[in-house]
Ligand binder design. Structure first.
Ligand code: ATR
Length: 275
């Protein structure tokens, strides 16, 4: 049976084995998908071993996405720009190929599942860490009219803006310097909401036409969703759809089959609510 796994540290929170099992059932693929907890110093050796033992593909999660990028002998365009890899497989000639499916996952959720078109929109992105790096090139490719990227560490936002090499208007700013005007879309990639508080944002950035999208998800609303709903944003979405869509894109790359994501998103939402 073809073997796949997600590799990270920690790993027990990962929903990927469950999601890929649903995709395999749906598309009648016979495969095994596990979860590998790996010590920080053992990552490269475990990846090499996995493929030498005949493993077909790996998903990479925290904190190894950059190290997976460094291991890959070839990168997709999205992975090259992100500097991070969440999907690995081997070419027929044995080359380790690195892909990043996070940006495709975010866009499929926004565009396909929710019907939001990013072209000519004004977008505010919060954060400039790994989560944002993984999706930024995909956002730029949608031709929004402008992107503001706000981060506590301005240099990281600037580096991302410069790496994009785009003709569209991209501004790197501190949170305090976000324009006090409504955006069409605000994407939260700041991890502060996981533990502490999100940076203070002007309420003027949200109007009743603003879509707010949190790249994280949890049981119930995230802090960012709560904030967006209090300001009567048109939409306040979490990243559960993105999670399932990035997995679906990995599945397509590995198996050449297109799983149905909607029932998987619905079921995962129900399971989370029960947990
Ligand atoms: P991830 O890979 O999950 O994106 P990361 O690379 O550590 O994690 O990035 C986390 C993001 O949240 C960054 O934009 C980080 O800002 P800095 O680049 O300035 O570190 C942001 N972040 C995390 N904790 C924060 C806090 N307490 N206040 C403001 N921003 C925070």
């Amino acid at each position: 049976m073809d073997r796949y796994a997600v590799i990270g540290n920690p790993i027990k929170q990962s929903k990927s084995p469950w999601i890929h099992a649903r995709f395999a059932e749906q598309t009648r693929q016979s495969l095994e998908y596990g979860a590998l907890l790996v010590a920080l110093e053992d990552f490269e050796q475990r990846v090499t071993q996995f493929f030498e033992d005949g493993g077909k593909g790996l998903n990479i999660t925290m904190p190894f996405k950059e190290r997976a990028w460094a291991m890959a002998g070839r990168h997709s365009e999205a992975a090259r720009i992100a500097g991070a890899v969440n999907t690995l497989y081997r070419d027929p000639d044995g080359t380790l190929v690195g892909e990043n499916t996070d940006g495709t996952g975010l866009l499929r959720d926004l565009k396909h599942n929710h019907g939001f078109d990013l072209a000519d929109k004004r977008i505010l992105v919060l954060g400039a860490g790994g989560a944002v790096k993984g999706v930024f090139a995909n956002l730029v490719a949608e031709s929004p009219s402008a992107i503001y990227i706000a981060n506590r560490t301005l240099a990281k936002a600037k580096a991302l803006a410069e790496a994009a090499q785009s003709t569209i208007e991209i501004h790197a700013v501190h949170y305090d310097d976000i324009p006090t005007e409504a955006f069409d879309l605000i994407i939260n990639g700041n991890s502060a909401g996981l533990q502490g508080d999100l940076p203070e944002l002007h309420s003027e950035t949200v109007s009743t036409n603003t879509w707010c999208y949190d790249m994280i998800y949890g049981v119930g609303d995230t802090k960012f969703q709560t904030w967006a709903k209090a300001l009567r944003a048109e939409q306040a979405l979490d990243g559960l759809g993105m999670l399932v869509e990035q997995a679906a894109e990995s599945f397509r790359i590995w198996r050449g089959h297109d799983p149905q994501t909607a029932p998987v998103i619905r079921e995962l939402r129900r399971l989370l609510a029960q947990a």
